[in-house]
Design a binder for this molecule. Structure first.
Ligand code: ZN
Length: 471
């Protein structure tokens, strides 16, 4: 029957009495308050003499409770609406991607920006003729081609904190990752891709990329700037280049090293003037823009290599000596207090859930007593207020306890995963790109400091995957 209500086949419902619905009569009020009025349905309860056309009498006490339910339903509906919006080819965006503008007539759609489209075409043209992202970035800077950020500043005044009064170079300060993301963006062949990112967990708000098979792709949502052939070819070239990078032994740190002060990547270079050539890294923004931007953050390849290998061997030994101890150390939850707290939390949750079911039962009973006129309207109002308050409190408590449990579980799972990985690469004697990428999220290089005696000291922070900085 409720399906017919939803689809609008029914415009009047009559029942003998309200309590016929048993537990579900609580649901009934939801229909009375929200669904029926919305669908213009008249409801009559014969014995209770209720008729929505005449106005309802004493349903008001329930309103708060149903508001709560209604809110949940709304959030579900918002998500469903977003999915429908995506399926219909609409996009959610703050700024149109380079080469496009917000469509002047259609909401949430893109139109080609005739003024900037050529920049995108140029980037793909360079790529399809064999240039990698680094080379393209250099070319864009050399030709002083404005970045998307600068164009937005010029047109809409956004990010004035970055661009206002900045030196001219800022307007064409392209980065390799900007170029890479343009080269991978399916927007340029007319597609919209949604659901690419998600939050890692309740505790960890960091956005993580979802695997491509979970992406939602809608084709032909706007006019393409790049042909599919060109796009495909560029994707293959990118994949090929990534394989080459992985094979090159000196590039094992590619993508992992970051400058501690400006956050840019570190560039690899080889000093060939020396009799024995040696390799080193320094900050990319320092290399591109000089002292104005950042300092060198110079670190020799062999020094970095020895340090990282040493750290990984250390953790590998720890794992071999005792997986459990290492896990506990990673979680910093070896302490008796934390285990006791978890136990207490479990007990509290069970108790709260029990009470919640109990209050639900009492509430239903109260409703039945009231509709059978076993209690007065005054008492009903008073007691129902009390139950509603308690229900709300229980609901909040249960949510909080569950969230705490979930975040604890998440960190435990993460630690376990990392320990499994380090066990897999037991006691390594050399570093490979595969090993580094499996275990390490990033390596942050600080600027070296020299003391009075000329002793040079440099801090290097290793952030491991899943467990972060653990040294
Ligand atoms: Zn830097």
């Amino acid at each position: 029957m409720m399906d017919d209500v939803e689809t609008g086949k029914i415009n009047c419902i009559a029942t003998k009495d309200l309590s016929r619905f048993g537990r579900e009569h609580v649901m009934m009020d939801y229909y009375l308050e929200f669904v029926f009025p919305e669908k213009h349905i008249r409801y009559i309860a014969v014995t209770e003499n209720e008729d929505t056309e005449k106005g309802l009498s004493d349903f008001v006490p329930f309103k708060n409770l149903f508001n709560e339910w209604f809110a949940k339903d709304t959030s579900r509906k918002v998500k469903a609406a977003l999915r429908a919006k995506h399926a219909a080819g609409q996009r959610s965006f703050t700024y149109a991607p380079l080469g496009y503008i917000r469509h002047p007539e259609i909401k949430n759609a893109l139109a080609i920006d005739e003024e900037t489209k050529w920049i995108v075409e140029k980037i793909f043209d360079l790529a399809v003729h064999g240039a990698g992202a680094a080379k393209i970035t250099k070319a864009l800077i050399a030709e002083k081609i404005p970045t998307a950020g600068y164009l937005n500043y010029k047109r809409y005044g956004t990010f004035a904190n970055i661009y206002a009064g900045a030196p001219e170079e800022k307007s064409y300060a392209w980065t390799i990752s900007q170029v890479k993301s343009i080269l991978r963006d399916e927007t340029y062949i007319g597609n919209s891709v949604h659901n690419k990112q998600t939050n890692l967990s309740y505790k960890n708000k960091k956005r993580v990329r979802k695997p491509p098979e979970e992406w939602v792709r809608v084709e032909n949502t706007q006019e393409a700037i790049i042909s599919r052939d060109v796009f495909e070819q560029v994707q293959q070239q990118i994949a090929g280049r990534r394989r080459q990078m992985k094979d090159a032994t000196t590039q094992i740190f590619a993508g992992l090293l970051k400058c501690a002060d400006c956050g840019w990547s570190m560039s690899f270079a080889t000093n060939k003037q020396n009799i024995v050539p040696y390799s080193y890294f320094n900050c990319t923004s320092y290399r591109q823009f000089g002292k104005e931007r950042c300092s060198s953050h110079y670190i020799r390849y062999d020094v970095l290599y020895a340090y990282v290998l040493g750290r990984i061997r250390y953790w590998s030994q720890q794992a071999r000596q005792g997986k459990e101890q290492l896990l506990q150390r990673l979680l910093a939850s070896g302490s008796v207090e934390l285990a006791a707290a978890a136990k207490k939390r479990r007990a509290e949750l069970i108790k709260a859930e029990k009470r919640q079911a109990e209050v639900d039962r009492l509430f239903t009973k109260l409703y039945e007593d009231w509709s059978a006129e076993r209690i007065t309207g005054y008492n009903f109002n008073m007691l129902s207020q009390k139950y509603q308050t308690e229900q709300q409190e229980l609901l909040e408590k249960i949510e909080r306890l569950k969230a705490e449990q979930a975040s604890e579980q998440q960190s435990a799972d993460d630690a376990e995963r990392w320990v499994k990985l380090i066990q897999k690469y037991a006691d390594p004697t050399e570093l490979t790109a595969e090993l580094l990428n499996a275990l390490i999220e990033k390596i942050v290089v600080h600027e070296a400091v020299k003391d009075e005696t000329g002793h040079r000291e440099q801090k290097v922070d290793i952030y491991y995957r899943f467990v972060g900085k653990i040294d």
